[in-house]
Design a protein around this ligand. Structure first.
Ligand code: ADP
Length: 494
């Protein structure tokens, strides 16, 4: 079988630039797809961090960008990733976060920045690089969404297959309708079956409307986004296109996240030597100023502190958590209000609640290795990665029954416990009361050591790697190419 060529269009990619789960997916997929016979290259914007990491860079083309500045398309590699990089200093030579300026608000020219990015993706899709003519364009989130529109309105009939993936529907890329012409789109595009979204131009809307297939990162989230309460204004479109929408779970890098070899943790261990986790618990308690009590269950949290992740629910349930004799080990950063409240909680409950504000990969590993359970009280969660890491580390996930959390954790209900298949605790609805009830149940299970051990081992035996997801993406690409080839041969026959 000749390898299928896929261009992944991603505005961030781990380990070069990351603000969320999208970067993890974009960074992991190319490697995971290799054994599936897929040659995936990734187009990324030329942020300073990307240009600095690029090796063997080769200039493929140079041109004047949408806003007049000069731009170059480079090819190169970084961390084993084959990249195309849009080096457009006028758009991307800015330090810090890729989407917001130093004052915390969106860069005012985001429409032009990501339109330029999408335009280049579409041109590659139309065959501008003879050395790499993709069969499929895989578009990630709103930053890549307009690619589908540039292809659709290109006037060409031989188009590559397209997949639009939603990593988080909350980020939609909405811009004023007056930008239609400056962005190089025809008047006809400003319609319900084009890029128009509630009177504006929607970059994500363009992708969802015009891509050949839509995926999101869990089957449950694929269902939730079709419902009025959780569809964030897209439920109608997504319901109409539900036969072209599927959920494919994310995986994690099981080499980076491997308790048997992890250099960041105090003591390595595997499922057959779970007692070796104890040293990690002691180290974690020590580093966060928690009392050295080996019988007190430690509940870890590794999270952005934003409304989505339910930090307010956790604060409300904190009295019950402490009453149950559970210690809290929280690592997070985000909204100032939540940061302050957790800091205050750490002072009020010194020795029982340990808090570290900031982003810290090492401590994230140490929490997974040393905590007994991981709390994920998200209000919505497209897939979620922290609970996958927790499963792998024998840290029992206590999760809200939403999105990918409900698809990846087997709740310790009566039947699952009796069958010995549970891997965690789910709670619903997503309220402080039901989180508190889940904490009570978790504390009870923890003290009943045997059931807890079974849950830890089941979690560690769960396949959270990219193997299955990569297989699903590969078969989706092949299916779409087959369909595309058929559609084109029917068109030329007619
Ligand atoms: P989201 O992408 O919505 O933030 P996910 O669970 O999908 O949530 O992915 C978050 C990733 O970022 C996980 O790998 C998690 O371990 C990591 N992470 C989140 N907050 C922190 C933090 N403060 N320090 C270190 N890693 C973090």
């Amino acid at each position: 079988m000749t390898p299928l060529k896929v261009l992944s269009v991603a505005s961030e990619i781990y380990p070069l630039i990351k603000t969320g789960g999208l970067a993890d997916v974009a960074g992991a997929l190319p490697g995971a797809l290799k054994s599936e016979g897929i040659d995936m290259r990734t187009l990324v914007p030329g942020y300073p961090a990307v240009l600095a990491a690029l090796e063997e860079a080769q200039q493929l083309t140079s041109f004047r960008g949408v806003r007049g500045g000069m731009a170059r398309l480079l090819a190169g590699t970084a961390h084993n990733l084959k990249l195309f990089v849009l080096d457009a200093p006028v758009h991307f030579a800015r330090p810090g976060n890729p989407y917001v300026g130093p004052d915390g608000t969106d860069w005012p020219d985001n429409a032009f920045r990501f339109a330029a990015f999408a335009k280049v993706a579409a041109e590659i899709g139309l065959g501008s690089l003879p050395g790499f003519v993709p069969d499929v364009l895989h578009l990630h989130d709103w930053q890549a969404g307009l690619t589908a529109a540039y292809l659709h309105y290109s006037g060409k009939t031989a188009l590559p297959a397209t997949v639009m993936t939603i990593h988080n529907l909350a980020f939609q890329g909405q811009f004023p309708a007056e930008l239609l012409e400056p962005l190089g789109l025809p008047p006809a595009a400003l319609a319900w079956d084009g890029v128009e979204h509630y009177g504006a131009i929607g970059f994500l809307k363009a992708g969802l409307q015009l891509a050949g297939w839509i995926t999101t990162v869990s089957p449950s989230y694929a269902w939730e986004i079709q419902q009025p309460e959780t569809g964030m204004g897209f439920e109608g479109l997504l319901r109409a296109r539900r036969n072209r929408l599927s959920g494919i779970l994310n995986g994690i890098d099981t080499q980076v996240w491997d308790p048997a070899t992890d250099p960041r943790i105090a003591a390595t261990y595997d499922a057959a030597h779970l007692s070796a986790r104890a040293a990690n618990k002691v180290a974690l308690q020590e580093s966060l100023g928690l009392h050295q009590e080996k019988d007190a269950p430690v509940a870890g949290v590794v999270s952005r502190l934003s409304w989505q992740k339910g930090p307010d629910l956790l604060l409300e349930a904190l009295p019950v958590l402490l009453e149950e004799g559970i210690q809290l080990a929280l690592l997070g950063s985000g909204d100032a209000e939540f940061e302050t409240k957790f800091q205050e909680a750490a002072e009020t409950y010194a020795g029982r609640a340990g808090v570290r504000l900031g982003y810290d990969e090492t401590l994230a590993h140490r929490i997974q290795a040393g905590a007994d359970m991981l709390l994920v009280p998200s209000r919505y969660e497209p897939c979620g990665l922290t609970q996958l890491c927790a499963l792998r580390y024998g840290c029992v996930p206590i999760v809200a029954r939403v999105g990918g959390l409900s698809d990846t954790v087997i709740d310790a209900n009566e039947v699952a416990l009796a069958a010995g298949v549970a891997t965690g605790v789910q709670f619903s609805p997503v309220t402080a009361d039901s989180l508190a009830a889940a904490l009570r149940k978790a504390a009870w299970l923890f003290r009943n050591g045997a059931a807890w051990r079974v849950m830890q081992k089941n979690g560690m035996a769960t396949d959270v790697s990219w193997r299955q997801p990569a297989r699903r993406y590969a078969s989706l690409y092949r299916e779409l190419c087959g369909t595309q080839a058929e559609a084109q041969s029917t068109m030329s026959a007619a």
